[in-house]
Each structure stands twice: as C-alpha cells, then as structure tokens.
Write a protein that binds this ligand. Sequence first.
Ligand SMILES: [Zn+2]
Length: 361
Amino acid sequence: MNNQIYNNQVHDTRTGFSLPDFITTYLNRAGAVVEPAGYGLFQVLLPEELVPVFGREELLLAFDYEVAGETPGSTFVSHGSPLLDTVVRLALDYGRQTALYWSGKLPATPRSLEERISARIEFRHCRPPRIEASWVAENIYYGFYFRCVFRSFEKTEAVIPVFIDGCRSLPAPAFTREAESLFLLEEPEYQASPAPIRPLADLYLVARQELGKLVQQQARPLQQTALRLQERELAKVRSYFAETEAEIRQKLAASSDPDKKARLKQQLAATQADQERRIKDTRARYQVEVDTRLDHLVAYHLPCVFVRLNLQHKTFNLAQTLIYNPLQGDIELPACPRCGRASNCLVPTAAGQLLCPECLK
Ligand SMILES: [Zn+2]
C-alpha cells in the first residue's frame, strides 16, 4: 500500500492491488530486508525465523516474467505461485481467528423462488429457469478486519472490516456491521452440511483488493485537507524565496565589483537550491501514506438455501447453482466463472459455459 515502485501486469489498475506491494510490505513487516534490485526485481534477506519456511536465507523475487527468465537464481512470483500462497498463509497467521455461528432459524426455501430468480437474474437466450433441487448448506462469510494507519501531517487509525462470501469469493456488501450481531453462537445450534468454500488464501486476496478501494475512500478527506495545507505552506515558501532572490538580484545589478558579483551569484544559486529542498520537504510532509495489516479474522457461519437450476438453451441443458442468503433476504448474484465478478446477466457460450456479457465482448 506504499508508493508504487513501478507498474506491470501484477498491478491491478482496476482495484489498486499490487502484488509486489503486498509481498514486500509483508516481508518488511516480518523483519526481512527488502531492496529493489532492478525493474520488477527485489533482493530479500530473510529474518532467522523465516529461513526454515522458505528454505534459504536470501530470495531474489522477480515480478516480471521476462525479468525472471533473464535473471538466474530468481523466483518468479505471480498469482497462483507457491511463494504467494506461503506469504498469504503467513500474513493470515498474524490475525487472530474466531468462528461464530448464525443464531437465527434455519432458512426455508422462499416462496415463488423461480419468479424471484427471473426478476433478479437474466439468463440470456435461455428458457425461464427451472429449479431442479434446493437444499440448506452452511456458507462462511469471512470478516477480515484490517487495522489501517493513515500517516500525513497527522496520524489517524481505523479498523476497516471487509466481508467476503466464502462460496462465491466475492465481497459481500449486504454483510454490514449490523449483521455481526446476528452471529452470537460459538457452537452451531443447527445441522447443515458445509458448502464448498474457496481457499482462504484466495479470499484474502479478494479482501485486500476490496480494502484498497475502501482505504482510498477513507483517505480522501485527509488527502484534500493535506493538499490545502500543502498549497498554503508552499505559497509561503515561494513568496519568502522570491523576496530573498529579488534582494540578491538588486544587489547584483547595483554592484560592479567582480568579486562581490561572484559571491552574490553563489548566494543566488544556494538560495535556489534551498528553495527546491524546502518545496520537496513540504510536499513530503503532506503526502498521505497508509499502512494496513490484518488485525483479526472472523468466520461467520451462515446456513443458506442453495438452488440448482436447469437452464435450457437451444437443444442443450445447463446447470447453475444460486445462493439464497437469509441475511439479505434475496438471491445472491452469481459469480462469472471467467472474470469472477458478480453479474445479473449470464449468457451461454458454445462450449456450454455461462459467462457475464463483459466476458463475451
Ligand atoms: Zn465475466
């Protein structure tokens, strides 16, 4: 979450999530010495306790595929690489984990479900969906609570929660902080089989991406104030130096002594260098930097109604599972299997997949 060192394919411009930032921030926090060693390349000296985890003392991490190929001894890091999984697992170990269970009743299959589904989701070029089966299973909504420190001319701290649906691997905006009070049990008082939950490392990465957006929103007022104060101080600095410079130039114009003139010219250059330094310092003081770390993790276990649909497109049948979330009192939008985003419209492909319209463009 620090300054971007460079951009490449691992920096997601849509969400502001940067893989090099995530890895280097974690390693720094864990006590490693991390030095940039070229484009997309970092030299890492691990602290003693991490040596057994990575199996060596030093790492040379390449975040660019070509750089990795050209740099002997480097480890290429991208989404899905084992090193990333290890770092995510270690980053999660920092957070304390708790499990809480839904204290309400088991949800029943809602009435006129087919109509509700049709009203909420469009299955383009398909006949109206038919419900093939519905059952109750336990989904897990993970609450990742991040402690964020906003540092600028003043320092503020906030805990920002990010809720992720474990089944769909998507942010769950309907899961608000009020919802937390509906999960009061440390042991479940219901019986429901577990739904398939995505690996925690994947969910954590989605939570970090979401956090990036929330942090930007939260930092905006501070950035605006900082910018105003910075402009005010820069104006003062500039006017002070403009006066000083004008005085020196006047003396310079009035003097005919070559020694004195040389001295004044030196003084002028020194003043200009001084001004540049003061401007740089002022800019740095009003930058807004944000440090984020996972403080704790809560697994909210929620029984949901799962619905398997049969969809007829031309002559073939497609299946799609949807989740009815009792907390929200509605059907959750399905995640597109290609881009992972929630969509209220799915379109069949020739290969028999259901994708969002964006992925078919
Ligand atoms: Zn898609």
